[in-house]
Design a protein around this ligand. Structure first.
Ligand code: URA
Length: 268
């Protein structure tokens, strides 16, 4: 997006980026966006097809560079506060351009359990904290029903920026942001991960499976220092709000987590 774009062009740009609603009083934020390449290769001559391929490779190279940059930045973060600052100034992910706030993880930096969701929604984007909207209210209820205190846990997301209109994050966006999540886990050194939703589970555990198959089983996440952390996946609260009939299964997963805490505590 450039300074000389008129309102109609800006609106079209937002629609192209997937924006379906606005938040705050400013109708159009002034942001710089990467150029959007829209080409139907079927109507191009061979030379143009080859150029288009090169452009596509350049885009994926840009994503790889951004991943590398994120990984390098993370090495410099020795505390969560430092990491938060690095995420706030990181400019390798275009989602930042349409987000209102960077939503970094929140909670106890010595937490035994890290809860991981997908990405901030509209409320989280507006307030700048994870899980404060309807999904967060349901998560709070499940935590307190299981006798877990939100303040003593750490709650975070795969992505620190809201995808426009809550669209599903792309593989590239996830890949670029993943080093920041992994660094959060390395710094906290939790005893357990509780992963909410299929895209978070697939991303952090580096697998490809449906949440219906993954949920309810203890899996393993190996952190950057080679530490094995037991990880339990379950349905995302937003899914439970749309499918309340599945809440019982999620409740079983919370109880499984609670039981593991209890058993490990008694082994000490
Ligand atoms: N959904 C998520 O995955 N994360 C949030 O922070 C809020 C809703």
């Amino acid at each position: 997006m450039t300074e000389d774009m008129d309102a109609k062009q800006i609106l079209e740009w937002y629609i192209l980026a997937g924006v379906e609603e606005t938040s705050g009083n400013e109708p159009f934020a002034k942001v710089e966006a990467a150029p959007v390449v829209r080409v139907a290769t079927s109507v191009l001559k061979p030379q143009a097809v080859s150029e288009t391929r090169q452009a596509t490779t350049a885009l994926s190279q840009a994503t790889q560079n951004a991943c590398q940059n994120a990984r390098e930045q993370c090495k410099n973060a020795k505390t969560l506060a430092e990491l938060k600052q690095l995420v706030e100034i990181f400019d390798g992910c275009a989602l930042k351009l349409t987000a209102t706030n960077t939503v970094f993880g929140d909670g106890d930096e010595n937490a035994r359990i890290v809860f991981i969701g997908e990405a901030p929604g509209a409320d989280e984007d507006r307030i700048g904290k994870p899980f404060v909207g309807r999904s967060g209210q349901l998560l709070d209820k499940m935590l307190s029903a299981a006798g877990l205190d939100r303040a003593s846990c750490f709650i975070t997301n795969i992505l620190p920026w809201r995808p426009p209109g809550n669209r599903t994050p792309t593989d590239g966006e996830i890949a670029v942001c993943l080093p920041f999540l992994k660094r959060q886990i390395s710094l906290i050194k939790p005893d357990y991960l509780f992963i909410m939703g299929g895209s978070a589970a697939n991303a952090i555990l580096d697998i490809q499976d449906s949440i219906s198959r993954l949920r309810g089983h203890w899996l393993e996440y190996i952190d950057e220092d080679g530490r094995k952390i037991p990880a339990l996946a379950s349905f995302h609260p937003a899914y439970l709000l749309r499918n309340p009939g599945q809440k019982a299964k999620s409740w079983v997963d919370f109880l499984r987590l609670k039981q593991r805490l209890f058993e490990d505590e008694n082994k000490k």
